[in-house]
Design a protein around this ligand. Structure first.
Ligand code: KG4
Ligand code: ZN
Length: 339
């Protein structure tokens, strides 16, 4: 089977074609990062207009690369939420038009489900698994029981970890998106130099909080001199921040493993997904945790961690294989919790 997937929920316009043997047959992605960079974050109106300008061409490119026509598709999948409503409408209308014109099933995919299942496009990970899903807008621990069956153990009480990376980068003048920039600086930094909080670490439950860490970073950065000692200060603060995030993620996952084992007999995998899972240091920390806890850690390659259409096409494929198709009256949802 072959599915076309479309992603327009935030600041990436993307289209991809995947088959049921897990091949990505065609893929086209346009990041709007440059358009949003002057504002230090995503501007919804700019995002929606840019999706509209580029989606048709990107779909055509992905289809050409795959060497197929619309008649060859078995389904059309699209991110129908959660996300910025203007962008969601662009993607959903495009996907519905193709599905209607070609007479193919329409699949409304939850963006978080796209991240949650992305690893299965590249690895043989069996259900159930424990998922740590961390991106710019989301930060959750979820038991993935089956396609469409998700049990959330915890979420963030304030900011998502990706947002904390982006804000750290912003106060240090490292640009947007912040994650990759902070990770690069952290390589040359001393993680032990600054004393930073580990919010909620050691507490009961599986929730997250990053606003205290963000504030602590800002307070320290405000004291930096604007001279030649600054590059080392920046590197040390990035390393300290990243280590604090690592400690928090490890602690929260440790708390989630007990309920995971109770609810999911036979579950033996920990999956790290979402944009922040592109961070090598954090993957290393979770690898150690998984080893200690007798679990196997899986995470997708970086290009499948950050927003992309292959994961949406793949989630659509998993739904199509289970006859979980949607009607063309499905309305995009700016808010849509997993499960
Ligand atoms: O999944 P994603 O592309 O978009 C959302 O659904 O939010 O995640 C984007 C987030 C941004 O906050 C970005 O800074 C973060 O993922 N990110 C990283 C890295 N690469 C991307 N965070 C830490 N380290 C990275 N290498
Ligand atoms: Zn995402």
């Amino acid at each position: 089977m072959i599915v076309l997937g479309i992603e327009t929920s935030c600041d990436e316009t993307a289209a991809a074609v995947v088959d049921s043997d897990r091949h990505v047959l065609g893929e086209a992605l346009l990041s709007q990062a440059e358009e949003h960079r002057p504002y230090g974050g995503v501007v919804p109106e700019i995002a929606a207009r840019s999706h509209l300008d580029h989606i048709d061409r990107l779909v055509a490119t992905a289809m050409d690369q795959a060497g197929i026509g619309y008649d060859d598709l078995d389904g059309v999948a699209v991110t129908a939420g959660p996300g910025l409503i203007g962008g969601l409408i662009v993607g959903v209308m495009c996907a519905k038009a193709i599905a209607l014109a070609a007479g193919k099933p329409f699949l409304a995919v939850n963006h978080l489900e796209g991240h949650a299942l992305s690893v299965r496009l590249v690895e043989d990970v069996e259900f159930p698994y424990l998922l740590l899903l961390i991106s710019g807008g989301h930060c959750q621990l979820v038991i993935v029981e089956e396609v469409g069956r998700y049990h959330r153990l915890g979420t963030t009480l304030d900011d998502a970890a990706g947002e904390a990376f982006d804000k750290t980068a912003k106060v240090l003048g490292l640009g947007y998106p912040g994650g990759p920039a902070v990770e690069a600086k952290a390589h040359k930094g001393d993680a032990g130099r600054f004393d930073l909080p580990r919010p909620l670490a050691g507490r009961e439950g599986c929730d997250f909080s990053f606003s205290g860490l963000k504030t602590a970073v800002r307070r320290i950065a405000d004291g930096f001199p604007p001279d030649e000692t600054r590059p080392q200060d920046v590197a040390d603060l990035c390393a300290g921040f990243q280590a604090a995030v690592g400690d928090v993620l490890v602690d929260r996952c440790r708390h989630a493993i007990k309920p995971f084992r109770l609810c999911s007999e036979g579950g033996k995998s920990l999956v790290f997904a979402g944009g922040v899972a592109a961070n090598e240091y954090l993957c290393g920390r979770l690898e150690m945790l998984a080893g200690e806890e007798g679990l196997l850690l899986f995470y997708p390659p970086p290009q499948l961690c950050t927003d992309n259409a292959a994961m949406i096409a793949w989630a659509g494929m998993e739904r199509l294989q289970r006859d979980m198709t949607d009607g063309l009256d499905f309305a995009p949802r700016p808010r849509w919790p997993l499960g």
